[in-house]
Design a protein around this ligand. Structure first.
Ligand SMILES: *Cc1c(COP(=O)(O)O)cnc(C)c1O
Length: 347
């Protein structure tokens, strides 16, 4: 059945092995992030087979799924935990990323075994974490009031929200805090931190990378690149053609907004051969698809229809044919979470 997502586990395993070898030279642990695939145990297994220690996810449901498949942790919760989820996490999670004293105390009071907290420091991306200039006070204050839980380190995240890149300055903000609180673990993520490693600006105190995208897709969306030493086309979307017709490239008559509330702009290229595929905004982000057919161009999508200009494609494409696409992070995320997209894991 189509649409479907074909996920190449052997490529993902090779990417993991490659990164592990690069990071271990610098004494950095790789935490394998599974959230892009809803914590699918097959991915967790690929990480483990390659030699990853800690598995991490942003949703406890995903970690539960992994654990119930018989895969061993330790497990890390990489979204700062909602108070209401804490009771469901305590038997499951070994490491928590945290940023609120109240949450730390709640965790402390809920555990009957030692759990490890990594305090998030915001160095400018403006998602989670205590601002770096206020971090030391807040962390030391939390630490002295904990009984069973322990703040073992600090962490930061850039790229994901503000699109901030790792720099000497923002790395120093983190390291200064790490030194002050005598952090055992200095944890960074996501994938964009590989740039710091490659540029030689990564401080030696950093000993943990939380990585998903690089391994799972071979890309770095914040750095806007394919990572040259990793494999891409790990994930391919296959969708079925349901109409092929020559049509004008510009809509006819006055236009309002499209089904998604956007005002699409179309260049007038005259009559074009266009394929409609049975997949849409509900299943993918059309901007994140790259056709594998040379010359094909994604034009636009509505909820259930994807329009692709196939005028320049050499092979004849007809109704019932399958077109294949590489998917970026956001298109993959949506495809994985769409119940209408079949997932096929290949070795
Ligand atoms: C998603 C996430 C990561 C992994 O990021 P990638 O860019 O997919 O490698 C790491 N840390 C945190 C806190 C995250 O939310």
């Amino acid at each position: 059945m189509f649409p479907r997502l074909v996920i190449d586990l052997s490529k993902i395993r090779r990417n993991t092995e490659k990164l592990l070898s690069i990071l271990s030279e610098k004494n950095i642990d790789l935490v394998g992030v599974t959230k892009l695939f809803m914590g699918n145990p097959k991915l967790a297994e690929a990480y483990k087979k390659a030699g990853v220690g800690i598995l991490a996810d942003s949703r406890f449901e995903n970690l539960r799924r992994i654990k119930e498949a018989g895969i061993e942790g330790p497990f890390m919760m990489i979204r700062i935990p909602p108070l209401s989820h804490i009771p469901k996490m305590m038997d499951l999670v070994d490491y928590f990323l945290v940023s609120e004293p109240e949450v730390c105390f709640k965790l402390d009071e809920s555990v009957d075994r030692p759990v490890k907290l990594i305090y998030m420091v915001d160095v400018g991306d403006l998602r989670e974490g205590v601002m770096y200039d206020k971090a030391v006070d807040e962390i030391l204050n939390v630490r002295k009031n904990l009984k069973k839980a322990a703040v073992v380190g600090v962490g930061t995240n850039v790229g994901c929200f503000g699109g901030v890149l790792p720099t000497k300055d923002n790395l120093k903000f983190l390291i200064d805090v790490a030194k002050e609180i005598e952090a055992e673990v200095v944890s960074v993520g996501g994938t964009v931190y590989l740039l710091a490693l490659e540029n030689g600006i990564l401080p030696s105190e950093i000993n943990q990378f939380r990585i998903g995208e690089a391994v799972l897709l071979g890309t770095d969306v914040t750095g806007n690149r394919d990572i040259p030493y990793l494999e891409q086309e790990t994930v391919i979307l296959e969708a079925e053609v349901i109409e092929v017709k020559w049509k004008p490239s510009k809509p006819i008559g006055p236009t309002g907004l499209d089904s998604m509330g956007r005002k699409p702009e179309f260049e007038d290229k005259g009559e074009r051969l266009r394929a409609i595929l049975a997949v849409g905004e509900q299943d993918i982000n059309p901007l994140g698809l790259k056709p594998l057919d040379e010359g094909a161009e994604v034009v636009h999508a509505s909820s259930d229809h994807l329009i692709v200009d196939i005028t320049e494609v050499e092979r004849p494409i007809k109704v019932g044919d399958i077109m294949r696409f590489r998917t970026n992070y956001s298109a993959t995320l949506r495809a994985v979470t769409s119940p209408y997209v079949e997932k096929v894991y290949i070795e």
